[in-house]
Design a protein around this ligand. Structure first.
Ligand code: SAM
Length: 296
């Protein structure tokens, strides 16, 4: 984002040359906004656009609990937009103060402004503008039996968000996005993660880079395929670090990715459906692969 906040009410924002945090953290600033045409609000609303997210490296996450969890997990918060009408909520006020203390800005916004940023009625009391973070796949520690979920060209933000949430719940070590994928930092994907965007490492790479990574991978590589000949419950998961490959919603797994798998498994189906929804199939696979490590 090209703007930093001033303390004025609705005054023009002072430009900042770089969004990076200084080494010594100066306290952030507070600004009140009531107009959706305020340039800061426009800039934040633009984070709904992929192009603007790519240019700024920022994204939006809604919810006070989410913002607190993200701060606790060490994510960089740039701006916290809070509902001015709810500042008597102790936790909200405390989080706003914490935001200032870590050098981020607080935008005290009218309900109308919050709704415009969230692009929905009844928005949450806080929306955070965070710096995006992805990791390198080869830096994700899998240990002796960790699971890494690999998604081939996933297109649907709801599917991706749901898969990240499921990977988090089942203790998978991370998710790798291969090829042209939906942006994990889109509002819809982040919303569907319900906060897991902040706890599951995400890596992105093209197919050639993934195939190279796979060649150096010393573990079990299983793919799911509508023509898989092995029942998905057959492999002895959890004995080695595992890559679980899932196909694109329309096209399934690409030929090179399918050929890179040691085993192609299928989830048995009856009835008329051609296939399962990607997020449902991934959920079944993740819990099957993690079965030995999960107990109540
Ligand atoms: N038309 C696609 C095809 O023929 O592969 C269907 C893709 S399906 C909607 C998306 C992905 O979910 C598949 O590539 C696979 O990874 C997984 N999937 C869905 N149903 C499955 C099943 N019954 N067995 C194994 N994988 C399945």
């Amino acid at each position: 984002m090209g703007v930093r906040l001033t303390r004025d009410r609705e005054g023009p924002a002072a430009p900042t040359p770089t969004p990076r945090r200084p080494e010594t953290v100066a306290p952030g600033r507070v600004k009140e906004v009531t107009s959706v045409s305020n340039p800061i609000v426009k800039d934040i609303r633009n984070l709904a656009l992929k192009k603007h997210r790519e240019e700024t490296g920022l994204f939006l996450a809604e919810g006070l609990k989410l913002a607190i969890d993200a701060l606790d997990a060490g994510w960089t918060l740039e701006t916290l937009i809070v509902a001015r009408s709810q500042l008597d909520n102790e936790l909200l006020a405390k989080t706003a103060a914490r935001t200032i203390s870590v050098g981020a800005d607080v935008l005290e916004a009218s309900d109308k402004v919050l709704a415009a940023i969230a692009r929905r009625d009844n928005p949450q009391s806080a929306i955070g503008v965070f710096r995006q973070k992805t990791v390198r796949a080869d830096k994700i520690e899998l240990g002796r039996d960790g699971l890494l979920v690999v998604l081939d060209r996933v297109r649907d933000p709801g599917n991706l968000g749901t898969i990240l949430r499921t990977a988090d719940a089942a203790g998978a070590k991370g998710v790798v996005l291969v090829g042209e994928s939906v942006d994990p930092f889109s509002l819809e994907a982040v919303r569907a993660t319900m906060g897991s965007i902040f706890s599951v490492p995400v890596a992105r790479m093209d197919e050639a880079a993934f195939l190279q990574f796979r060649r150096g991978f010393n573990g079990f590589v299983v793919g799911t395929h509508m023509r898989g000949e092995t029942d998905y419950r057959t492999p002895a998961y959890g004995k080695k670090p595992t890559l679980l490959l899932m196909g694109n919603e329309q096209a399934g797994l690409s030929e090179p990715l399918a050929a890179a798998c040691e085993t192609l498994v299928r989830i048995p189906q009856v009835g008329r459906a051609d296939s399962l929804n990607l997020a449902v199939a991934t959920g079944l696979m993740i819990f099957e692969a993690r079965r030995g490590s999960l107990s109540l």
